[in-house]
Design a binder for this molecule. Structure first.
Ligand SMILES: NC(=O)NCCC[C@H](N)C(=O)O
Length: 404
């Protein structure tokens, strides 16, 4: 495994996922908007759906499925790492000084659970009766939960040249990227393999970018959504790093309308094979501005890149990069269902191999259209998983795929 990905559809060999846990039970009608959920899911059912998904990946591909929880616990045995993460997670409540108290009272596995599912004042008080939580009410969070952690696609991204550690835009998700970065920089299975390309060394508060906006179009081209979540400045820096490395020759910046259901580039299209793309047609037409970055020169170790603004639709860009492109629309473009199914991530299927995908069972018109195109569609239940507004691609972080 070299932690580089050169396609979206090479047969899957290893993937990182997160089985949702108690963090989901922290959602209420009052905090769900801050935590970016459409509704308040039923945890047990959501876990069952997620188990079907991860088991299907194993049985259909034989791929290794890494679970975030296990990787996290492994790195947290280093007390310094644990202390830093707990301190950082207390910054929002302004009670960083409680970090040592927490470490004294909870085991490493319990600390891992706190880091993912948060900690309330009254919970810590049970172990620490003299707790002074300042202004915070008993049911307030000292540490906010990470209910979006099952969307493993977003806290990082793998490219043909190396790894991007996300800098997440929304406050409700920012801690996720810290957890992932800590794991990959410290876990013995990964730390020697990573080649970070973003953020640059020591960069404080890097501009935001999220993994769902990064799509590998081919060995030579990467598309990055300029979206609600990913800033132009981050795309520029990533483009520079990718182009300097040499493998990638073109980086496209795709300007997405800032709409909830277009939140990341992978909510509007996914690649299923060397020439087959599944898209939400409305978004293809709504994207009329793309830019293409290429390498100008490297002089005295300084990388200079060129940006060409293309007045082209996303479709034209895809046609340019993918020869003999076939485009399939969600619900086959049926206006009665296309928008409905895209809302539940119809375009966000997970390719486990060329023309083999995992898709939500609720997107019946899209699944039928895929099968009519000769795509093997494996379905997973989706009543609860979809309440977080992310689909099968969003829930997976492929770490290794067969080269195509
Ligand atoms: N790549 C993706 O589109 N991920 C879905 C993320 C959903 C999550 N509730 C969010 O709003 O960030």
């Amino acid at each position: 495994m070299n932690l580089r990905i050169n396609s979206e559809y090479g047969t899957l060999k290893a993937v990182l996922m997160h089985r949702p846990g108690r963090e989901i039970d922290r959602l209420t009608p009052y905090n769900k908007d801050f935590l970016l959920f459409e509704d308040v899911p039923y945890l047990e059912a959501l876990q069952q759906e997620h188990d079907v998904f991860s088991n299907l990946i194993k049985s259909s591909t034989g791929a290794t499925v890494y679970q975030l929880r296990e990787l996290l616990i492994r790195v947290l045995y280093d007390r310094e790492i644990l202390l830093k993460l707990v301190k950082d997670s207390l910054k929002r409540s302004g009670l960083v000084h409680l970090a040592e108290e927490i470490l004294e009272r909870y085991s490493t596995a319990e600390c891992a659970a706190i880091l993912t599912s948060g900690l309330k004042v009254h919970e810590l008080r049970r172990k620490y009766p003299n707790l002074d939580a300042g202004e915070l009410l008993e049911y307030a969070f000292l540490i906010t939960p990470c209910p979006n952690l099952y969307f493993q696609r977003d806290p990082m991204a793998l490219t043909p040249s190396g790894i991007i550690f996300s800098s997440m835009k929304m406050e409700g998700r920012q801690r996720e990227a810290d957890l992932l970065r800590t794991i990959f920089e410290n876990h013995p299975d990964f730390k020697e393999l990573i080649h970070p390309i973003y953020p640059s060394n020591g960069q404080q508060n890097p501009p935001s970018i999220e993994g769902g906006d990064v799509i590998v179009l081919s060995h030579e081209a990467v598309a990055i959504g300029n979206s609600e979540r990913t800033d132009e400045k981050a795309i520029y820096q990533v483009a520079k790093a990718l182009l300097a490395e040499g493998t990638v020759k073109r980086v496209y910046e795709v300007h997405l309308p800032e709409k909830r259901n277009y939140m990341h580039l992978d909510t509007v299209f996914t690649i299923l094979d060397e020439n087959l793309v599944l898209t939400y047609p409305d978004a293809m037409n709504a994207v009329l501005k793309t830019s293409c970055y290429t390498l100008k020169e490297i002089q005295d170790d300084k990388v200079h890149i060129r940006r060409e603004v293309l007045k082209e639709s996303l479709l034209t860009v895809l046609e340019r990069e993918i020869s003999h492109l076939e485009v399939l629309a969600t619900a086959d473009g049926n206006p009665d269902y296309s928008m409905r199914e895209q809302w539940f991530d119809g375009a966000n299927v997970f390719a486990i191999g060329p023309r083999r995908v995992i898709s939500y069972n609720r997107n019946i018109h899209t699944n039928r259209a895929l099968r009519n195109m000769g795509v093997e569609v494996l379905e997973i239940p989706s009543s609860e998983l979809s309440r977080g507004l992310g689909g099968p691609r969003c829930m997976t972080m492929p770490l290794s795929r067969a080269r195509v």
